[in-house]
Design a protein around this ligand. Sequence first.
Ligand code: MEV
Length: 311
Amino acid sequence: MIEATAPGKVILFGEHAVVYGRPALAAPVTQLRARAVVATGEGPDVRLIAPDLGRATTLAAARDTNPLAATVRLVESRAGRTLSPGVSLSVSSAIPIASGLGSGAAIAVAVIRALDAYFALGLSREEVSALAYETERLHHGTPSGIDNTVIAFEQPVYFVRQPPANHIETFCPARPLRLVIADTGVRSATKDVVGDVRRCWEADRARFEAIFDACGRLAEAGRAALAVGDLASVGCLMNDNHAQLVAMTVSSAALDRLAEAARAAGALGAKLSGAGRGGNLIALVEAESEAAVCAALLAAGAARLFRSDVG
Ligand code: MEV
């Protein structure tokens, strides 16, 4: 039996604008993980099992739109070999789905890591990330590549989409970030939100290019503040980034309410993270404010909270 895992992720600065070539910063959420298990057994088929979703199928019967099957086929093709009949691949995840925390990319990376071990390929993290990017393209048409990168690298990354070779730098903040992640409980498909932003951009390119530019500047300023451990500035920049995401139309009443509650309770800053319209908010807190911020987020309607440290 082979087991592999991969973390969730948060976007610290620059979601959506990153799709349009602006810089962004993301960090892994190592406590929330997806898990893939490859087990050998008897039988004529390769079985794909997702117990959390109550789904099971065979590789032969699965369509190309099935992300699990697509990931397996990609790795088989990279290996030049196929999984033996009787093998089962099970995936499970503690990462909430469709909530901006990278569950799709994390499952893909966990599966790729497990199959890498099964086929003894010795893939680099860049190769794991590139394969996960191919499956991300099934989830939504124009992924920037930041999710698969931060999850496969399992380190905070500064990322600029620059096909064919993206600019990727891992970093470690000068002072650790203490994040509270608040789930609105509202699921939101990245593909739909990214598609809506594209329609808005097509309808008013000048306005949306200006918003993307502002997000890019905030990501650069955030990177500089993180490098010197200026967490007060990081928090202010997160608030400013949230305002740009509101202007981009990807926030929601629930996300705005959570952001306000976190700030009023003493968070250094708060913003939605990921595609938006639902999903999760991240609040930057200090040890002294953490309990009050958590209480305020729950009182403001957060369905659940997670904690994550960066650096
Ligand atoms: C999703 O985590 C981040 C988005 O910018 C989409 C992408 O970069 O592919 C919304």
